[in-house]
Design a protein around this ligand. Structure first.
Ligand SMILES: Cc1ncc(C[n+]2csc(CCOP(=O)(O)OP(=O)(O)O)c2C)c(N)n1
Length: 584
């Protein structure tokens, strides 16, 4: 039976029907009918971040940490345009999201009305789908579709633009039980003949390698990935987006591949004879020079998005569908044919490389190495339920290299877009979605300044995130490139002349603040700070000119890495000839 209510009320009812418990939103004139309707919801907690970029990143962090959608709601014009970075970020990393933008009334649409922006036009290339709703009666079906599209197939952000006359107008409300989208039918199962063919290759391979990405997490395939790896004793590399898809304390886990991957990880890719790529997109930060990436291998590519298959790298066996059923299908086939692993020598060779070429850094007496900070965080928290978030830059790479996560959805980091300022608002969203987890944002002194206004949101909403700043006084990753490729000309990358006192900043927002400058204090102060109840900022002054190693120079082959020689100081770790050769 239907009921006559306003568009804004209908929106709230639809969200409630979708099981939404949290909405991040920032109001403005034309969004007010919706905020007014939300005011009465007993189910939905509305959180007010301090910037619309924070709204969308928080919604993104919530989705990464939980797999569920916390919608975002902003006003028209600048509110809507402030969501662009967050939308592009979620789009690049395939994160499910529903973003509502309020819009001026249809009577003035297209007249450059106050706070009007053509947000559906602007966001076309960075949303999976978007809608401009013209009739309140369409709203329930549109919202049902938006949630379905955002979270099925290859997930992504969906935007719904709502003119104020639609949210004020009335409709006979009824929430549809099903969606009717004849043109949208993502393939989920995978073709049985291709699965058989892939299983045949896996059964024969002597040097197979699983290359797992964010698609394994999005496709809920982590259990099946582990089953396949263990059944056939196949080593696993996980990309930055796939971190947490395979337990990082498992002997078959061999790290993150690519630009800042360990030498042993990249050697493994170079030597494999069968690369089983699952939910990855052969990103350039992983592959380096494409022609030499896994050049000795046959390639099986499993992905829900057919457009990804063969996009960057030719594939021998394509399988379109979700990670879970396809990995389960492979396990089933291999069990049926009683296939035996033939990888003992291969795994031993990799173990040997791992011993010879471990991730490694050099410490200087009296200075705190940033890598040590991450290692100490990892050690102190490994027995707890935790989510590690990052900003972007060196902090992100060290966080990825030196933490060992064993559960899915415990890693929140901006991969494809590489968005500085993502970490704090995303951590906020993760902490709201996973209140039983300790949520830590590993940050740089540059990136934390991009959305530090969200400290207010954390304080006022009792969101107990811990921010650990690896403070090096530089835009560290930029400085690293300038050191290596621009003759140490540190143009516009020095930060320390005007860095805020982060402990005072913490104090200003009602957070606890700690500063660590002495290596002798590192572990005990971190331990104390991470055990505090509310939000805490920990400003760790680290070795200023540390670089992330190993490093593949842009465009270089991934087995030709700069640095990473155990026991050597940084200056000895650079191979000048190689540097010349790979950097044109
Ligand atoms: C929004 C945005 N602007 C610029 C960049 C380019 N960029 C990548 S890393 C980086 C430096 C990051 O410095 P900081 O946050 O201090 O971290 P560190 O590298 O020192 O750990 C910059 C400017 C970016 N990724 N995102």
């Amino acid at each position: 039976m239907s009921e006559r209510i306003t568009g804004a009320e209908a929106l709230v009812r639809c969200l409630e029907a979708e099981g939404v418990d949290t909405l991040f939103g920032y109001p403005g004139g034309v969004a007010l009918p919706i905020f007014d309707a939300l005011y009465d919801s007993k189910q939905i907690r509305t959180i007010l971040p301090r910037h619309e970029q924070g709204v969308v990143h928080a919604s993104d962090g919530y989705a990464r940490a939980t797999g569920r959608i916390a919608p975002a709601l902003v006003t028209s014009g600048p509110g809507a345009t402030n969501t662009i970075t967050g939308l592009a970020n979620a789009y690049m990393d395939s994160i499910p999201m529903v973003v509502f933008t309020a819009q001026v009334s249809q009577a003035v649409l297209g007249t450059d009305a106050f706070q009007e922006s053509d947000i559906t036009g602007i966001t076309l290339p960075i949303t999976k789908h978007n809608y401009l709703v013209k009739d309140p009666a369409d709203l329930p079906a549109v919202i049902k579709e938006a949630f379905h599209i955002a979270s099925t197939g290859r997930p992504g952000p969906v935007l719904i633009d709502l003119p104020i006359d639609v949210s004020r107008g009335e409709l006979d409300f009824e929430y549809p039980e099903t969606v009717h989208l004849p043109g949208y039918k993502p393939t989920t199962k995978g073709h049985s003949r291709q699965i058989k063919q892939a299983a045949g290759l896996i059964a024969k391979a002597r040097r197979p390698l699983l290359y797992a990405g964010g698609g394994v997490l999005a496709g809920e395939g982590t259990k099946e990935l582990k089953e396949l790896a263990e059944l056939m004793q196949i080593p696993v590399v996980t990309t930055l987006m796939g971190k947490g898809a395979f337990p990082e304390d498992h002997h078959l886990w061999i790290g993150m591949p690519g630009m800042h991957g360990a030498k042993y990880t990249n050697y493994t890719i170079t030597e494999t004879d069968l690369l089983i790529a699952v939910g990855v997109r052969f990103d350039d930060r992983v592959t380096g020079k494409l022609s030499s990436f896994a050049s000795k291998a046959k390639i099986i590519h499993i992905d829900v998005d057919p457009a990804e298959i063969g996009k960057n790298k030719a594939v021998d066996v394509p399988i379109v569908g979700d990670a879970k059923p396809i990995l389960a299908g492979l396990v089933g086939e291999l069990r049926k044919s009683a296939a035996d692993p033939k990888t003992e020598a291969w795994v031993r060779a990799i173990d040997d490389w791992r011993k010879q070429f471990p991730l490694h850094y050099h410490t200087v007496e009296g200075h705190i190495a940033p890598e040590t900070v991450v290692q100490v965080i990892d050690k102190l928290t490994m027995k707890q339920k935790r989510v590690i978030c990052t900003e972007v830059g060196q902090n992100q790479m060290w966080a990825c290299q030196y933490t060992h996560l064993t559960e899915p959805r415990t890693w929140v980091s901006s991969g494809g877009l590489g968005t500085m300022g993502f970490g704090l608002p995303a951590a906020m969203g993760a902490a709201v979605g996973r209140p039983d987890h300790l949520v830590i944002d590993i940050a740089g002194d540059g990136s934390i300044q991009m959305n530090s206004q969200e400290m207010a949101t954390c304080k006022i909403n009792d969101i107990p995130v811990k921010v650990v700043i690896l403070n090096n006084g530089y835009l560290g990753m930029v400085r690293q490139w300038q050191e290596l490729f621009y003759d140490r000309r540190y143009a516009s990358s020095v930060l320390d002349q005007m860095c805020p006192d982060f402990v005072k900043l913490a104090d200003a927002y009602g957070w606890k603040g700690y500063r660590i400058t002495d290596p002798a204090d590192l572990e005990k102060t971190l331990k104390k700070a991470l055990a505090e109840d509310g939000p805490v900022m920990i400003d760790v002054h680290v070795e200023r000119e540390e670089c992330v190693f190993p490093m593949v120079a842009p465009g270089g082959s991934i087995d030709e890495m700069l640095g990473g020689v155990p026991g050597a100081p940084v200056s000895d770790m650079l191979d000048d000839d190689l540097l010349e050769e790979v950097w044109e």
